[in-house]
Design a protein around this ligand. Sequence first.
Ligand SMILES: [Zn+2]
Length: 372
Amino acid sequence: MLMTRGAPAPAPFDHPEADIVLRSSDKEPLDFRTFKLLLALSSPFFSEIFTLPQPPTPSLNSVASPYADEYMSFDPVTLKHKRIPVIQMTEDKETLTLLLGLCLPTSIHPQPFISALDQLVKVAEAAFKFEMVEIQRHLREVLTSQRFIESQPTRVFAIAYRYSWDLEARKAARYTLRHALNVPYVDELQYISAATFYKLQEYHRICGEVASSRVMLQPALAEHNDSWVWITCKRCPGSFEATTMRWSTLLNFTNTQTHPDSRKWWVQWIEEVAKELRARPWGETVRKWDAMSKAIEKASPCTSCGPRVRQDLDTFAQMLAVEIERDISSVCIHFLYRNSRRRLTVSLFRSTWRSLSTNGVLRRLRLEGSVS
Ligand SMILES: [Zn+2]
């Protein structure tokens, strides 16, 4: 079966001195001209296959070759024809552009920009298959960059979990706290087990408990009690009757351990914050502007609270946010990964390739295989 010859890929993959061509898997393939040395330096896999003995080289006119195809090119220095082998890849042109772009030095080509998580996964699949450790390291950084982790932490978590990137999985788990627990379905959830998903939800729930408890107790902030306006003001309605009984029931504490001296508007605010923290347990929840502006509105008519409410609340919220983040950091989470299965699949892929190649059995060489 003759392969479909690819159209030439654009620069920088059109170099006339290239000594290897990688053909994309698209219906209308692109031929990426690149260099064996770059591939070998980036990938132990390629390093090995380029050193494997090949079946006897046929005459120039023959099409027989261990590779999918060959280009003939005339070398004006040696005045000889040289063969440039073509490897048929299972990666599409978008993946090859990113993967091969990452193998190039930045003095030749700017580092490729990965703009979507789907792209990242496709490149990661190839980087695992070809054992490109440094590219994997780069992808780990990209995965947890702000443009992905802030808005799509569950997807980032699932991808990190798929590749057993523990540090990134933990970081993403932390970012899931910024969103409500009932996340909409995302395709990447198929990468994680039900047990792992349960654990992620349990982590969210525990952090919610920790954060809301912290808000209701705040022992470290009690030393400022003589200065907060909601404590010093004796003009507007107090909170004791309205709220502390509910807190006491909830927390099984006596009334004296809560905030009987605080103004009512403040206790209503802190209750709202505690509730919101169960849904989104992270420090910034305390500084949520709509809840705070409601409290400021309520306190403003009081001649004592009004002039200071904004500043005091802001300072208090900042201090409390730091405490909440610290408390949440102490919540441990561990995930079990399926490393051994992935290693086995990569190793099988490699040995199958080696055996086919050295026996010269595979006339149309295809770098197939998946490491899922
Ligand atoms: Zn007041």
